[in-house]
Design a protein around this ligand. Sequence first.
Ligand code: IMP
Length: 192
Amino acid sequence: MDLIFATHNDGKIKEIRSLLSGKARVFSLGELNLNEEIDEPFLTLEENAMHKAKEIFRRTGKACFADDTGLEVHSLGGKPGVLSARYAGEAKDPVTNMEKLLLEMKNSKDRSARFRTIIAFTDGKKEMIFEGIVNGKISKEKKGNKGFGYDPVFIPENETRTFAEMEPEEKNKFSHRAKAVRDFIYWLRIIL
Ligand code: IMP
């Protein structure tokens, strides 16, 4: 099956390709010369993910899915959440985002947090949403150079290392994205 993944994020593309390998051929927006940024105008991950999937379906007419992910920090009332990408400004820079987060949490004893991924799918006839959550905590400092985004400051539950200190295969075993993709694959098998 051929699927378009409505993203320009190289980190997400690598993870999704590995998670869907042998099950679907995944084309990124760059490979289809769709280089425009797709907006994320809504206040929930669900609405933004479906908006991106529908927008790319509208332009291509092909089965398409999108991922919207947020880092939800308990002591910050769920922030940065749906605004995770532009937490420190429109530049969407991961390093300044993490620095802002670590500064805001400088005196926080409660460092619990979770990553939440929503995957939205549409082929023009069917629409579906899948969710994946991984609980964990925010580290005191950045550690590791693998992964992407907030990975250097997120330590998943029952672990001492951040996601950025893990090999990609290890993160892919139990990450928020892996959980959402698992349900997505299960559902694709049923409908195909
Ligand atoms: P979006 O889903 O593209 O809006 O991403 C929201 C923000 O979360 C961006 O800053 C991403 O880099 C970051 N992000 C998304 N997925 C992950 C992940 O698996 N690990 C770390 N950061 C992530």
